[in-house]
Write a protein that binds this ligand. Structure first.
Ligand code: SAM
Length: 268
């Protein structure tokens, strides 16, 4: 069974528009999110409301961020009471202004072309996010949840795993969308760790050292991060200077970052 959307709307590639049409998958995603009337649900990119409808059924009301003017107009008209629309680029939105006094649940079948920057952008409000459920390219979800030693473990894995507990839920095939994308998608659940459970770290140093380490991921750490730390510094962090970035867990990167900060080598 398929869903009705905005008749005649031509999917816009620049906005990463692939609309879910398959009730089986829409229902499965909605059951995974499992919102209740007590939840403040914020959706990124409601599009033709495939997930929005279900979220309204579950939660009674949804707030959504949509960049496409035509879709925004249609959404306003279709859901005058149950949808609050923020017509803006989710990347430019100051998320601190979205229900600043509430804990929110964020969902979205994200435009794939901006998914990584958006995930980083949303970290700013992680302290009052209950959870995030996103549909992303399978390959991106695999990178997000990858463990050390995996070929796809990298910067995205370390930076996000520092802040969130993440779980890949299931894959969604291209045929569930119109138009069908070329790639398989996956649903990921992200639950921010409690602020008090986060390892103390100089975030800029952390971001710098992780980027440098994976920028040259085939190099040993002694070479890849030599502009930040000496071999001895690295050893003092209980890290093998002969190891490669992909072998290191989040805690080891945090130790390296704090050593970088201590040496004053931040932002070099
Ligand atoms: N949620 C719908 C679904 O599952 O069928 C649509 C998903 S479609 C992959 C992505 C949606 O995000 C589109 O509605 C698109 O217009 C919107 N979008 C794209 N870039 C955006 C941005 N920067 N900010 C907000 N919405 C955006």
């Amino acid at each position: 069974m398929t869903q009705k959307g905005l008749a005649g709307h031509k999917a816009r590639k620049r906005f990463g528009q692939n609309f879910l049409h398959d009730e089986h998958w829409i229902g499965r995603i909605a059951r995974t999110i499992d919102a209740t009337p007590a939840d403040t649900v914020v959706e990124i990119g409601p599009g033709q409301a495939a997930l929005t409808r279900k979220m309204i059924e579950q939660a009674g009301h949804v707030t959504a961020v949509e960049i496409d003017r035509d879709l925004a107009a249609w959404l306003r008209e279709t859901f005058p009471e149950t949808l609050t629309l923020i017509e803006v680029d989710a990347l430019k939105l100051d998320w601190q202004t979205v229900y600043p006094d509430k804990r929110i649940r964020i969902i979205g079948n994200l435009p794939y072309n901006i998914s990584s920057p958006l995930l980083f952008h949303l970290m700013a409000v992680a302290d009052r996010v209950i959870d995030q459920h996103f549909m992303l390219q399978k390959e991106v979800v695999d990178r997000m949840v990858a463990a050390p030693g995996s070929k796809v473990y990298g910067r995205l894995s370390v930076m996000l795993q520092y802040r969130y507990r993440m779980q890949k839920m299931f894959d969604v095939p291209p045929g569930a969308f119109t138009p069908a994308p070329k790639v398989t998608s996956s649903i990921v659940r992200m639950i921010p760790k409690k602020t008090e459970d986060l390892l103390p770290v100089n975030y800029q140093a952390f971001s710098d050292v992780v980027a440098a380490a994976f920028n040259q991921r085939r190099k040993t750490l002694r070479n890849a991060i030599s502009s930040f730390l000496t071999e001895e510094d690295i050893r003092n962090c209980e890290v093998d200077p002969g190891a490669r970035a992909e072998a290191l867990g989040v805690e080891a990167f945090v130790r390296l970052a704090n050593a970088v900060a201590q040496k004053g080598n931040v932002g070099i």
